[in-house]
Every structure is written in structure tokens, then in C-alpha cells.
Design a binder for this molecule. Structure first.
Ligand code: GBH
Length: 467
């Protein structure tokens, strides 16, 4: 018998808690140019040799463009209540603006209608990185006109789908568009700059604000927010005030970069201090668009790190807040065991602490955990199943940490989405990394629900973890 403090036994969620799974268009759909779609920057980037492991592209992916019905039936069979997916901008507007492609609208209309028929709540991400290549030719996210282009595209979606879709996400992880996209160059469009990431981040915030304004005029009974990624941080030396400050500063450079302007009206002081004029300033009009623009906080969270202060001044290309990002602390303790992704170490305590950090800083906003999960080297066993106990352990620990944050810390989590429904195109890693709770055999396109998929199905059924 276990003798916990009685609160610790509470593992159920409030009635109506939304359990979901998540995907993104370029990662699963395939057929990127079908039915009149324009090219996206991930199409051109992945077709440029050297950018993606093994030369993989999204040309076929999970063939979800043709198998969407089967995939929705899997969601239904697992009893999952919500599905977060993204819309491919160049399917809807092949040139980025202007002419609307009806066949693109039709594809997503079929998905939305099928989800609703089955009682699955759609969460639509407007932008999950597949920018129309036509807009990249005009400067893409670096061009401040992105706010006009994005508002126009968003309006098309709200007018066509807003009668049925009530939960919307503007941008997925703007940090990834800004830093891997424009700083290190590991993601499309593959630029390497020390100044551009900060302009890109600013332009995305303004574009988000513009879309929210359109949304509030057109979809009066809906909710909208941005999705931000964030790894939690602990000081390398918990007794050193400089490391404690560095751990805080890293969170500011990672997440408060976007969340502070939205919830508090301006960039964190630590960023202004280090970046000076390289960090844009908000005009009063921009600030009015951005401040107060979230109905909910969308949280993508996977891992945590130990953070050590750097005593040397930050170099111009430093994007992490002048810190070292580490897996072990001063005592030699490890943040968590390895997974298939070098950056991802399971640390469920960091999830609870991050939920609390966000809640305290921004006044306990409603939160949807829009992505959480892990990649492991899954294999199909002789019995035809995928016994991914490591993924079950990960999800169980993280969901448990979330329960604790809700029950003991008063964090306002409304829903949770596993990344991902399917193994899929993991960006620069191609098909080499598997995040799905459903295995995809890429040679046959056969889907196999992994043990974690069945396990998660039970979590949904029980509305929480079993004791
Ligand atoms: C999310 O981003 C995405 O939203 C999703 O599409 C993706 O499939 C999923 O997570 C799993 O990766 O060593 O500094 O280059 C992932 C966020 C972005 C975190 C890149 C790690 C690289 C860190 N990731 N980042 S770095």
C-alpha cells in the first residue's frame, strides 16, 4: 500500500478536459503540389541537397493527403477527443496572396466535417512552417508585409472554416522560424544571420496580432492563441546567483521573447539589455495589436536543461541569452536519460515547474499543452506490435506532472495533445525520428497503433491516470 498525502492520489482531470493528438501539414500530408497547390519553403528546402538527413522530402510523407479518412478513423478508434492539425498555406493560396484554390479548401473541409461527424474537436494551426515559396521570393517572414499577407490568408480560413472550427492557433513555435530558420539555418529557409532572427520574431508577433484582430471580427464565438515552445531550465550550480539568473534569462530568451509582448506588452528587459537595437521596438499600433492577443496559451514542451552563466560578454550570434545549455549539473546529476533526439531528455518535474513559471508570470491564463511527446527507435516486433514502453513511461510521467500542476499548483490546463498521432517527417531529421503513438511503415504506408497509443486511449477513457 502506498501512503501518499491524499492530494497526491488525485489523478483525474476536470470534466471536459480535452485529450488530443497533434500533427502538422508538411510533416504528414505528402502530395505537396497536388490539386493546384503552390510550393512551400519546406518543399524547396528539402529538395535542396544537404538540408535534410538522407535527402528525405515531404513528397510522400504519411500520404495523409490520400489517407486522411483512415487516420481520422484511428483517432476515433482510440477515443481521442481533439485533433490539432495545420493547414498548408500554399494549398489555399498558391501564390501566398490573392487567388484562392478551391481544391485546397475542399481538402480541409472534408477533414473538418469528418472530425465533427465523429465528435472530435478540431484545433487548427494556421501556420506550421510551410510558408508559400512565392512569399519567400518577396522576403518571407523578414518582410514586414508578412502581417498583411498573414491577415489575408487567415481571413480566408476564418470565413471558410470559422462556422465549424472554434479553436485556432496562429503560429507554431515562432522561435523555430526565427532561429533555426534565420539564425543557424538548419530549418527552411536556411538563412544564417545574427540580426534577422529578431526581426523575424517581431514580424511574426505583429502578424499574429493582425490575425487575432480579424478573428475577433469574424469568428465571434471562437478562441485563438499562439503556440510557443519552451524547455524548462535549472541552474547548473543552484547555490550560484549568477547561474540562477542565467536559468531565468534563458527562459526569457526562449519563451518570454514572445509571451511577454503578448501578456505584458513588451520584450523582456534581459533581451533588450543584450541585443540593444538588434531587437525591434513596438510602435504604439503594433503594441495595441499584440498586447492581450491570446485567448489561451499554447504550450509545446518536451525537455529541460541545466544552465550555466557565461562570464564573457555575449557574442553577436548568441541567441540563448549568454548561457551554456547543459544536460548535467555541478554535482554531475543528469537531467534525464537519452532519447532518439539529442536535445530531448525526459524530465517530468520540469514540465510541472514550467507550467507554474508560465502561470505565475502571466496571471494563470488558460493553457492548452499543444505538443508533448518523445522520439525513440521503435521497432515492429515479431508479434506485429510496437512495444514502446519508453514512450509510455515518458507520457505517464509528464501527464502525472501535469495533474500535479493542476491539482496542487492551480495551473489552468484545459487540454493536452500528444505529439504526434503518426510517425512523420521530422524536419531536418527526415523520417529517421519517430514521435508517433501510431507507427508508420513508410514502404507500405501501413499504420500500426503502438502500445503507447493503446495506453493513451485508456488515459482518455479514464480522463487521467489510473492509480
Ligand atoms: C516541435 O518543434 C514542432 O512543432 C514539431 O513540428 C516537431 O515535429 C516536434 O516538435 C518534435 O521535434 O539543438 O538548438 O537546434 C520542436 C522544437 C526545434 C526543439 C528545434 C529543438 C533544436 C534545438 N525543436 N530545436 S537546437
Amino acid at each position: 500500500m502506498h501512503h501518499h498525502h491524499h492530494h497526491m492520489n488525485v489523478k483525474k482531470f476536470p470534466e471536459g478536459f480535452l485529450w488530443g493528438v497533434a500533427t502538422a501539414s508538411y510533416q504528414i500530408e505528402g502530395s505537396p503540389l497536388a490539386d493546384g497547390a503552390g510550393m512551400s519553403i519546406w518543399h524547396t528546402f528539402s529538395h535542396t541537397p544537404g538540408n535534410v538527413k538522407n535527402g528525405d522530402t515531404g513528397d510522400v510523407a504519411c500520404d495523409h493527403y490520400n489517407r486522411w479518412k483512415e487516420d481520422i478513423e484511428i483517432i476515433e478508434k482510440l477515443g481521442v477527443k481533439a485533433y490539432r492539425f495545420s493547414i498548408s498555406w500554399p494549398r489555399i493560396l498558391p501564390e501566398g496572396t490573392g487567388r484562392v484554390n478551391q481544391k485546397g479548401l475542399d481538402f480541409y473541409n472534408r477533414i473538418i466535417d469528418t472530425l465533427l461527424e465523429k465528435g472530435i474537436t478540431p484545433f487548427v494551426t494556421i501556420f506550421h512552417w510551410d510558408l508559400p515559396f512565392a512569399l519567400q521570393l518577396k522576403g518571407g517572414l523578414l518582410n514586414r508585409e508578412i502581417a498583411d499577407w498573414f491577415a489575408e490568408y487567415s481571413r480566408v480560413l476564418f470565413e471558410n472554416f470559422g462556422d465549424r472550427v472554434k479553436n485556432w492557433i496562429t503560429f507554431n513555435e515562432p522561435l523555430c522560424s526565427a532561429i533555426p530558420g534565420y539564425g543557424s539555418g538548419t530549418f527552411a529557409p536556411g538563412r544564417q544571420s545574427t540580426s534577422e532572427p529578431w526581426t523575424v520574431g517581431h514580424n511574426i508577433l505583429v502578424a499574429h496580432g493582425r490575425a487575432v484582430k480579424v478573428f475577433r471580427e469574424t469568428v465571434k464565438d471562437g478562441k485563438i492563441g499562439i503556440v510557443l515552445n519552451g524547455d524548462f531550465t535549472y541552474p547548473w550550480d543552484a547555490a550560484d546567483p549568477a547561474d540562477k539568473e542565467a536559468a531565468e534569462r534563458r527562459l526569457e530568451f526562449f519563451t518570454a521573447w514572445f509571451a511577454d509582448p503578448i501578456y505584458l506588452g513588451d520584450y523582456p528587459a534581459s533581451m533588450r539589455k543584450q541585443l540593444g537595437d538588434r531587437l525591434p521596438t513596438f510602435t504604439p499600433e503594433e503594441r495595441a495589436l499584440v498586447h492581450g492577443s491570446n485567448d489561451f496559451y499554447g504550450m509545446n514542451h518536451y525537455t529541460s536543461n541545466y544552465i550555466r552563466h557565461r562570464s564573457s560578454p555575449a557574442s553577436a550570434d548568441d541567441t540563448v541569452g549568454n548561457v551554456d545549455v547543459l544536460f548535467t549539473n555541478k554535482q554531475g546529476n543528469c537531467i534525464g536519460p537519452e532519447t532518439a533526439m539529442p536535445w530531448l531528455r525526459p524530465c517530468a518535474a520540469g514540465f510541472r515547474d514550467f507550467l507554474v513559471w508560465i502561470s505565475k508570470r502571466y496571471g494563470y491564463p488558460p493553457i492548452y499543452v499543444t505538443e508533448n511527446g518523445a522520439a525513440f527507435d521503435d521497432v515492429v516486433s515479431e508479434d506485429g506490435r510496437v512495444h514502446d514502453q519508453n514512450r509510455i513511461d515518458y507520457l505517464k510521467a509528464y501527464i502525472g506532472a501535469m495533474v500535479t500542476a493542476v491539482e496542487l499548483d492551480g495551473v489552468n490546463v484545459k487540454g493536452y495533445f500528444v505529439w504526434s498521432l503518426l510517425d512523420n517527417f521530422e524536419w531536418a531529421e527526415g523520417y529517421s525520428k519517430r514521435f508517433g503513438i501510431v507507427y508508420v511503415d513508410y514502404s507500405t504506408q501501413k499504420r500500426i497503433v503502438k502500445d503507447s497509443g493503446y495506453w493513451y486511449s485508456n488515459v482518455v477513457k479514464n480522463n487521467g491516470l489510473e492509480d
